[in-house]
Write a protein that binds this ligand. Structure first.
Ligand code: SF4
Length: 230
């Protein structure tokens, strides 16, 4: 049974209306809870190297990590690196990823991405956000995720889970992922940025879901601006 919350209760002031100091205090509580719940939080995308992580992250756009993980073992066996994938035609890649949404455009992007990696980066994944973003199918979020998970470059990539949680927890009300990422980075210690991204995704995926979040006994209940809304 969900805890009773008075109707109309707005909870503590949050988002951009709260002072930076207040939001930092809130972020500290969120971080402490995440470290309790998910001490080892990391990406759930299976990968063995930066190339595989880049491909898996491109595939994960508008798809679940689980669906990507089902497809990638055979894909990576057939195309183990950028050189192999660069030689493929998109129609040859499609059967490996057809269980994933938008597979036709993703197959095209992956082949072009591999060709660019070979042409411009010696087949390696660049450790530079601007260069990553020049690759087909790679935007700010994918570049930030790959830099963090593959190379440990600090950054908070914002996806739908982080957007929802940042608002519910009064951390940021920014309207673009880039702006929200910058606002979140102000609130958490730099060495925790990559961790915070992964931990909040797990919290959003398994507990604070978009519909029917598991508010009962939520360790962030006291901090939440949305408690009692369901
Ligand atoms: S109380 Fe509910 S809405 Fe708020 S953070 Fe917890 S699970 Fe999410």
């Amino acid at each position: 049974m969900a805890r009773a919350v008075p109707k109309g209760s707005k909870g503590p002031q949050g988002g951009s209306k709260a002072s930076l100091e207040a939001r930092k205090a809130r972020a500290a509580k969120v971080l402490a809870v995440m470290e309790q719940l998910y001490p080892q939080a990391t990406t759930e995308l299976s990968h063995a190297n930066p190339f595989e992580l880049l491909v898996a992250t491109v595939l994960s756009a508008q798809a679940t990590d689980a669906s990507v993980n089902k497809a990638t073992p055979a894909l990576f066996q057939r195309y183990p690196d950028a050189f192999a994938l660069a030689q493929a035609r998109p129609e040859e890649v499609e059967p490996y990823i057809k269980t994933i949404g938008l597979y036709r455009s993703k197959a095209r992007n992956l082949v072009r991405l591999a060709q660019k990696l070979v042409e411009k980066h010696g087949g390696q994944v660049p450790k530079d956000k601007a260069r990553l973003q020049e690759l087909p199918g790679v935007g700010w979020k994918t570049a930030t995720v790959v830099l963090g998970a593959a190379f440990g470059v600090p950054g908070i990539a914002v996806d739908t889970h982080l957007t929802r949680l940042a608002r519910r927890l009064g951390l940021s009300e920014a309207r673009t992922p880039e702006k929200m990422g910058a606002e979140l980075e102000e609130l958490f210690p730099k060495e925790k940025w990559v961790y915070v991204h992964h931990a909040l995704i797990l919290f959003g995926r398994y507990r604070c879901t978009a519909r029917r979040p598991k508010c009962q006994d939520c360790p962030l209940y006291a901090e939440c601006l949305s408690k009692g809304a369901w």
